[in-house]
Design a protein around this ligand. Structure first.
Ligand code: PDD
Length: 282
């Protein structure tokens, strides 16, 4: 495979040649937003929803969207077409641009627009069969987790705490109520019902949150977004996480304690089959 090509401010360049100035506010302040879109068989999956969330994130931090929907679609198709991997994930990032360091928004500055794609390797069969270990922690992030901001220090520290404990994800709670994973949404199965945290300022509205509602409807499973207390999470029959890059994965250990019988459960099996079917239909 020849070198990855990335999009930066209007041009496609080899990854190793892409440069941004050190005064970019993404570097200085984490002043920007991003998106991650999975691509199956050359086709972006749920792109419409990802572009709408990108629009919401930009609006929330007062950056004008550099492209309309058609512009983004063209850029993304062009980027995907320059790489031969059938399955990819596209990363897009927009920052407020380059300016002398001052916390307040600079005037008359062009946003920095970056996009790259990488090979998407679906989670290994062993992960689906054994499930993941997770840890729990207090959610120490800010109060605008609905914005897909590149300021991810809280998420980075939570994920590293998981890795240090030999786990794959950190499941977070605010005042004893489930929020989300460091880079995923969390799902609790109790008595056959699929429960998730309500999407509000404390939780990112993962694109798989809406998708899971559709998949549950297809599978005849009850689905509800509501406040889920920690005790209920710890008594779950099954736990799962979702994200663009991890699709749906079962969680089989929490802080070293098995979830249910310690094996991925029947609800997970139904949902992952429905998920994979949806990616093929798209
Ligand atoms: N993260 N919550 C957080 C904090 C996330 O970072 C992510 C995804 C999700 C799931 O959202 P979605 O279903 O749209 O992928 C929830 C991406 C994959 C990342 O940061 O790489």
């Amino acid at each position: 495979m020849s070198e990855q090509v990335v999009y930066l401010n209007g041009a496609f360049v080899p990854l190793s040649e892409a440069r941004i100035p050190v005064l970019d506010r993404g570097f200085i302040f984490g002043d920007g937003i991003y998106e991650v879109v999975p691509v199956y068989d050359g086709r972006p999956f749920r792109l419409n929803q990802h572009l709408k969330r990108l629009e919401r994130s930009l609006a929330a931090i007062s950056i004008d969207n550099p492209f309309d929907e058609a512009g983004w679609r063209t850029l993304i198709a062009d980027l995907i077409g320059r790489h031969r991997w059938p399955n990819q994930f596209v990363y897009m990032q927009i920052t407020r641009g380059v300016a002398r360091r001052d916390h307040a928004f600079p005037k008359g500055v062009q946003p920095t627009v970056f996009a790259m794609t990488s090979e998407f390797v679906a989670p290994a069969a062993a992960l689906r069969e054994q499930g993941l270990a997770v840890i729990t922690a207090d959610d120490e992030r800010w109060l605008h987790c609905d914005i897909k901001s590149v300021s991810l220090l809280g998420n980075v520290l939570a994920k590293q705490a998981a890795v240090d404990a030999g786990a794959a994800e950190c499941m977070m709670f605010r005042d004893g109520i489930l929020t989300e994973g460091s880079s995923s949404n969390i799902w609790v199965v109790r008595h056959g019902r699929v429960l998730g945290a309500p999407v509000n300022h404390l939780v990112l509205e993962g694109i798989r949150v809406g998708l899971l509602a559709e998949l549950c409807a297809r599978c005849g499973l009850d689905y509800e977004l509501r406040r889920v207390p920690r005790e209920e999470v710890l008594q779950a029959d099954e736990l799962m996480l979702t994200s663009a890059t991890r699709e749906i994965l079962p969680i089989t250990r929490v802080d070293g304690v098995p979830v249910g019988n310690g094996q991925p459960g029947p609800v997970y099996q139904r949902l992952i089959e429905a998920y994979q079917a949806a990616t093929r239909e798209a």
